[in-house]
Write a protein that binds this ligand. Structure first.
Ligand code: HEC
Length: 123
């Protein structure tokens, strides 16, 4: 390879890598629609998930507040976030989410993981 070619290939790789890394997951555009479609029916005021756990997903504030026992999302660490553990079906069968329904597709769980690891921002 010519020197010019090497530099060009290097630059392209850097650009592609950079673009992949900086793509920030948005709460409003990516995460909220998933929760709204799959969780909100049980996790808003007056519904069974809310009544039993205290977890409301009506807005960012409710989601971050968590259940009556505390947060289910730890910004920066999906590994420590109960919400992800339940979405990965690693909790007790009776509380894996969405409750009594098939799990979410991996691509959606992955988006939520990324959003948490990027700081779980209200973006
Ligand atoms: C069919 C109703 C239903 C749906 C849909 C549902 N949930 Fe739940 N959720 C519940 C109930 C009921 C509880 C309380 C479980 C218990 O304590 O027995 C709960 C509890 C939880 C908890 C707290 C668990 C804990 O630590 O006590 C989390 C986190 C949660 N849900 C996340 C979700 C997410 C994320 C979704 C959507 C992907 C979802 N839920 C969809 C009914 C539902």
């Amino acid at each position: 390879m010519s020197r010019k070619r090497v530099v060009l290939t290097g630059l392209m790789t850097l650009l592609m890598f950079g673009a992949g890394c900086t793509r920030e997951v948005s709460f409003k555009q990516d995460v909220f629609p998933i929760l709204s479609d799959n969780c909100l029916s049980c996790h808003k005021l007056g519904t069974e998930g809310y009544i039993k756990s205290g977890l409301s997903m009506e807005d960012y504030g409710g989601l971050m507040k968590g259940t009556k026992f505390g947060p289910v999302i730890i910004p920066g660490s999906h590994i420590n976030s109960t919400l992800i553990i339940l979405l990965e079906r690693k909790g007790h069968p009776s509380i894996n989410m969405p409750k009594d329904k098939p799990g979410l597709p991996e691509s959606k769980v992955e988006l939520i993981r990324k959003w948490i690891d990027q700081g779980a921002k209200n973006n």
